[in-house]
Design a protein. Structure first.
Length: 621
């Protein structure tokens, strides 16, 4: 009897500890999500020190590796936790990938090398080997850049090895911008002319047989000159800078010991790159201080302006340097470096990021009789971030419009979005999983729509995207017979559709709605009303209105956007109810929204125009 009681107590204790650890993990996650990093760290440390399960301790340990490095910049403590996890859970591969990244960021290249070696010894799948090859290439490139900055000799054989290891992925995945940029960097160190030019064009998704236009045309001219001989290497550095590879331009300057005092343009590029690194260090340091409640806004601003003034004074002005003031500084950086500075977008915190234009085009836009001329800027090489996005580890700003009739787009976000669509529609396993997921969601969405006919239905959204992607792919297959050409065409087309609808249609509507000389524009619209109106134009003028509806409306977003989405969903469901007899295949006994895919693109536009106040004004006149 005593044995049974003791056993029951032991099992009860273990079960209680397990529930407690799980509860603490949730509590730590909640603290983290609410920006309470001190309390989150404390709870993770308690779980790590407890007698919880291996999975719980490992999860807490991985979070401590991340927190101690990102928020405390304590590399040794991060390494200590990582090493402990590696000993504790010898099969854990993810912790190796994590500590490799931390070691590279901390410039602890000897440690990174050892962890990479351990990773290759443990790797079992092709995907794990691929991840290690990419990290090895990243490690080799950054180590080489660091050595060139310190005027040390780099190991060319290591660079060749890294380029060889990543080449397969570059050839098979030319849509992956991270891989392409790594490949370009390694090719630059080796001065492999053919691979430099090829990967430069692939990065910007320019077909090899097509001419480069706009800003990048001047960059290409300089790159071509720079690749002709060592005597013209200055042109290569300038071409890289003109295409906004400022880190690679400086790498070429360092590798070839270019005398900057004899080349004012390259000296400006070099000083600008240093400024960018200093600014990023300043803003992220400020964010860390904010988390621990000992940041000084005044000190941050003073330090920020000190860096700006220092760059201003270091730029080449000839014999007539003008007086510094902030607006002139920002205009000069745009003129010389294509820089767009966004300062103050961080909510309650000061936010800062700078992007660099790789496309700068003037366009005329007309919507329902209203016209505007705008400047479209596509931004690459992003430095900095706004506070919430930095905290959670992503950059999520896609684009915005300014009062100067500029519409700006973050290139990388739009360039990466269609990549997932390609693999979901062409990879057999991913396609099957996606279809299964869609069907599982659709099963319950009739009942959801019965209760709330204006619900956001993810299954309907996914079904429309699935069908629209297939239609697009089938149409492109008639043109492109080569698999790689088909892939790039599919991804580029989806990117173009997304940019046109969300940037040229959506953001232009914001501009048109803001002009006070148009009728009914004297009132200030609420955030929700602004988004509602802009989304209506995003749909009406889209190349593929049905696809745009699935991607931009049937999704959960922030309050103003989501409220606007719900109003649009109501408008289209109400239109479907009135026009039941003209919708081919509609089952009138079932909820309407789950049958949205039956609408044609033309019908989508009709339904949207029916609730657009600007269209009503236009049609009345």
């Amino acid at each position: 009897m005593k044995t049974k009681i003791v056993l029951f107590l032991v099992l009860s204790t273990l079960l209680t500890d397990n529930i407690s650890a799980q509860s603490k993990l949730e509590s730590a996650k909640d603290k983290y999500n609410n920006f309470n990093i001190i309390e989150a760290k404390k709870i993770y440390e308690e779980i790590w020190a407890s007698s919880g399960s291996l999975n719980e301790k490992t999860e807490a340990g991985k979070q401590l590796v991340y927190i101690n490095w990102k928020f405390y910049h304590d590399y040794e403590l991060s390494k200590k936790y990582a090493d402990s996890i590696i000993k504790l859970d010898t099969s854990n591969f993810d912790i190796l990938l994590q500590i490799i990244d931390v070691s590279i960021q901390a410039k602890k290249f000897n440690d990174a090398s050892q962890y990479l070696k351990m990773g290759f010894e443990k790797a079992k799948s092709e995907n794990q080997i691929k991840e290690l090859h990419i990290k090895y290439s990243d490690y080799t490139l950054l180590k080489s850049q660091n050595e060139l900055t310190s005027q040390k000799t780099i190991n060319i054989n290591d660079v060749k090895d890294a380029l060889d290891k990543i080449e397969t992925y570059y050839l098979n995945q030319p849509e992956d911008l991270q891989i392409v940029k790594l490949y370009l960097g390694l090719a630059l160190i080796l001065n492999d002319k053919e691979k430099i030019k090829d990967s430069w064009k692939v990065y910007f998704r320019i077909p090899q047989d097509k001419n480069v236009t706009g800003i990048l045309a001047e960059a290409e001219i300089n790159i071509d000159k720079g690749l002709q001989s060592k005597d013209s290497i200055n042109y290569l550095a300038e071409g890289l800078a003109y295409s906004r590879f400022y880190d690679y331009a400086v790498m070429i300057i360092n590798e070839n010991s270019i005398e900057l005092n004899q080349n004012p343009d390259l000296k400006d590029i070099y000083n600008y790159y240093i400024y960018l690194k200093d600014i990023e260090k300043l803003i992220f340091g400020y964010y860390r201080d904010k988390l621990f409640n000992h940041a000084s806004d005044e000190k941050y601003l003073n330090d920020y302006y000190s860096l700006c003034i220092a760059l201003w004074n270091n730029l080449d002005w000839g014999s007539n340097k003008p007086m510094f003031y902030e607006k002139a500084f920002e205009e000069e950086l745009f003129k010389r470096f294509g820089a767009i500075i966004n300062n103050g977008k961080g909510g309650n915190q000061i936010g800062f990021f700078v992007g660099h234009s790789v496309v700068n085009e003037k366009r005329s836009i007309e919507q329902y009789g209203r016209k505007t001329d705008l400047t479209y800027l596509s931004l690459d090489y992003i430095i900095g971030n706004i506070f919430p996005h930095w905290y959670f580890g992503f950059f999520g700003i896609g684009g915005w419009a300014t009062t100067d009739n500029e519409v700006l787009q973050i290139r990388e976000i739009y360039a990466n979005m269609p990549v997932d669509a390609w693999y979901k529609i062409t990879d057999k396993q991913k396609r099957a999983n996606w279809e299964r997921s869609i069907n599982e969601k659709l099963i319950v969405e009739d009942s959801i729509a019965t209760k709330n006919p204006y619900s956001i239905l993810e299954g309907v959204s996914e079904k429309i995207k699935f069908n629209q992607y297939n239609l697009l792919l089938d149409s492109l297959k008639k043109i492109y017979k080569n698999e790689q050409e088909l892939k790039i065409a599919f991804i580029s087309t989806l990117e173009r559709i997304s940019v046109y609808s969300s940037i040229f249609c959506h953001e232009s509507r914001h501009l048109l709605d803001s002009y006070k000389d148009y009728p009914n524009n004297s009132i200030e619209f609420s955030s929700e009303e602004k988004e509602f109106r802009a989304k209506l134009s995003e749909l009406s003028f889209s190349y593929y209105p049905k696809l745009t509806f699935a991607e931009a409306i049937l999704r959960y977003e922030g309050t103003a956007h989501e409220n606007a989405n719900t109003r649009i969903i109501k408008g289209i469901v109400d239109w479907m109810d009135i026009n039941k007899f003209v919708i081919s295949g509609l089952d009138k006994s079932k909820p309407l929204l789950p049958q949205l895919d039956l609408l044609t693109n033309k019908q989508i536009v009709q339904a949207i125009q029916n609730i657009d106040p600007l269209y009503a004004e236009y049609s009345d006149n």
